[in-house]
Design a binder for this molecule. Structure first.
Ligand code: GCB
Length: 620
């Protein structure tokens, strides 16, 4: 039975989350409206390599209807409306009653969150209906068409010309629907119901220390492919052999075994292999390549062709492994000089969406002397990971399994597994990504550890070449000692550790006498430490929220961390102040978490320079 169902005798009372949960359940079909024939109710996985394909961007101004009561999908008895807003109807005559009109409704920009585009939507959580029309010139005969969404936060249901295509849960990963044969030459109506209501069973769930931005936060594209096309490919160094390239290719629509060629033109290397009957092929070939590293972020064009299809990606090649408590990049020990960041645009707040947004944020990290960023707390948009590839920043990428979620709920686990799979599928070719993280500050219980272990196993199966981590917590094991012994540590390659000594845990000087104990002989990356400071507020170093307090905290923390040999990197919290509904302190926070080293308007705080100097020292 769907969750959140009401209990009127004999009547099934629907709420929107229940409707969506039902639509997303495997094999489920909404009671009404019934799904179009042949349409899967849930979204199929996104396509790789869409940028270079024919088609059109559907970004820009979309009409919106803000619908806090879910009037567009449910009637006054909370029953699904057969003729909701998805019908995109117009009155047929002057007597016809239609109480909405997308074409006369206001617009919002896509990609973008709704919260920062209209003052009245800043705190809004609920449903917004998006609509746009588009024309589509007929493609070549046999071409296929897909609608690809970069992300819809937090969940979406999609209709094309009044027919439901499917739904997607999870606000930070792409999804696609095949629309071959359903696109008209003119005036297609595309309607998306986007909902960001916080739910106990969702990921993330009820409580986060970041803004619950809703909307079509990433781009939308109509993509055209040949009948048989390259849906996905992974290309990387062969495990244990830095002189071989290996990978897999997955075709969609191939009828029988098909020859696939993978080529790196710059080094005149190519291989041709045949797919199996399912359209899958594994390949490997010798190649001598300059390895990718932060100092030399070398990328190569890689061309893949199969039948009539041809795609290109820019890919770097590197190895990453652990050795005892060491981290090794391309066989050499490395210390991760990092910083955490949210996907929030510098200078305006709101979701970062563009290449320019990504380069502004990651440019600041470079200025700080970083070779590493933690992209917290969810998969960031692809501009970020591609910019990290170009700029030479190693990346920790994570899914929003954050704080407290429904560890015992099978649907929640399925959702987490899907988000992880979608993240890895999208970014498997990004050399910058060295760490997948499966959770942040999760409570140590059996149910939680079982849940996270499943994710670790999934990630290892999907991507055996990267390292697995999670941001764990420690506990005090004496007045001057902290201990890391979370049982999940046994399953991870790298112990991520969030610690707030000097902020939530005592004053900065507490760092000085502290010793660390870890029961794992594994590298530790201190994934968070930090302190709030309001830019421009100056006082002595014991005054909370002053720049001096934050700077002093960084001094004490850095001195402490230097003495812990297993610490092989850090990503202090955080590069830029970010919006958070949990931060109400008037005149200081005003809805912003102020732990940034930089204010949102770009002003650098004292601690920025302390960390930059430390990183300069560590770089030599
Ligand atoms: C944490 C969380 C992070 C918060 C931060 C804080 O431990 O992982 O999401 O924003 O602390 O500022 O309290």
């Amino acid at each position: 039975m769907p969750a959140n169902q009401g209990s009127l005798p004999g009547v099934r009372v629907w709420s929107l989350p229940a409707l969506l949960a039902f639509a997303l359940a495997p094999g489920a079909a909404l009671p009404a409206p019934s799904p179009p024939p042949g349409a899967s109710p849930a979204a199929p996985s996104a396509l790789g390599f869409t940028d270079g394909r024919a088609g059109q961007s559907l970004d820009g101004a979309w009409h919106v209807i803000v619908d806090p009561y879910d009037n567009g999908s449910l009637d006054y008895r909370n029953q699904p409306r057969p003729n909701g807003y998805f019908a995109d109807a117009k009155p047929k005559n002057k007597s016809d009653l239609v109480e909405y009109d997308f074409s006369r409704s206001p617009t919002l920009n896509v990609p973008g969150d709704w919260n920062t585009q209209r003052p009245d939507l800043l705190y809004y959580e609920g449903t917004v209906w998006y609509e746009r029309t588009f024309d589509a010139a007929a493609g070549p005969k046999d071409a296929r068409q897909f609608l690809q969404f970069g992300a819809a936060a937090q969940r979406a249901m999609v209709w094309l010309n009044g027919r439901r295509l499917g739904a997607h849960e999870g606000g930070f990963t792409p999804f696609a629907f095949e629309v071959t044969g359903r696109v008209r030459p003119q005036a297609n109506s595309l309607v998306v119901m986007v909902n960001d209501t916080r739910r106990l069973g969702a990921i993330p769930a009820m409580n986060t220390d970041w803004w619950n931005y809703g909307g079509l936060t990433r781009g939308v594209r109509l993509v055209e492919t040949p009948a048989a096309f390259i849906r996905a490919a992974r290309v990387e160094l062969a495990q244990g052999d830095a002189h071989r390239v290996a990978g897999t290719v997955a075709l969609d629509g191939a009828r029988g075994p098909t020859a696939v060629t993978v080529e790196i033109p710059e080094v005149h290397t190519r291989v041709t292999v045949d797919t199996d009957a399912q359209g899958r092929a594994a390949f490997s070939f010798p190649a001598t390549l300059s390895l990718w590293s932060p100092e030399s972020p070398r990328l190569y064009d890689v061309d893949i062709s199969a039948g009539g299809d041809r795609v290109r990606d820019r890919i770097g090649f590197r190895t990453i492994e652990t050795h005892g408590t060491e981290l090794r990049l391309n066989g050499r020990p490395i210390f991760l000089r990092g910083i955490s960041l949210h996907e929030e645009a510098l200078g305006r707040g709101g979701r970062a969406t563009s290449r320019a947004d990504a380069e502004a944020l990651l440019g600041l990290a470079k200025e700080l002397g970083c070779n590493f960023v933690r992209l917290a707390h969810y998969p960031h948009n692809e501009e970020m990971t591609r910019a990290a590839d170009r700029l030479g920043l190693l990346v920790w990428s994570e899914i929003p399994v954050y704080w407290t979620i429904a560890w015992d709920d099978a649907d929640t686990l399925a959702d987490a597994r899907r988000q992880l799979a979608e993240e890895i599928a999208r970014d498997g070719n990004r050399a910058s990504i060295i760490l997948w993280s499966v959770g942040n500050e999760t409570p140590v219980t059996e149910a939680r550890t079982r849940f996270l272990r499943t994710l670790v196993e999934d990630a290892r199966a999907a991507d055996p070449t990267r390292l697995l981590t999670a941001a764990l917590e420690h506990h005090p094991s004496g007045p001057h000692q902290i201990t890391i012994d979370d049982p999940l540590g046994a399953d991870l390659d790298v112990i991520g550790l969030n610690e707030y000594v000097g902020w939530y845990d005592g004053l900065p000087a507490k760092c000085d006498g502290l010793t660390w104990r870890s029961i794992y002989q594994k590298p530790i990356v201190v994934s968070e430490f930090g302190a709030d400071a309001k830019a421009g507020f100056h006082a002595d170093a014991l005054t909370r929220f002053s720049e001096e307090y934050q700077a002093d905290l960084y001094r004490h923390q850095l001195a402490m961390l230097r003495k812990v040999p297993a610490v092989r990197g850090m990503s202090p919290w955080i590069l830029v102040d970010f919006r958070s509904q949990r931060r109400p302190l008037p005149g200081v926070q005003d809805g912003w978490n102020r732990k940034g080293l930089v204010a949102n308007d770009g002003t650098k705080k004292q601690a920025f320079w302390i960390l930059r100097d430390a990183y300069r020292g560590l770089a030599h």
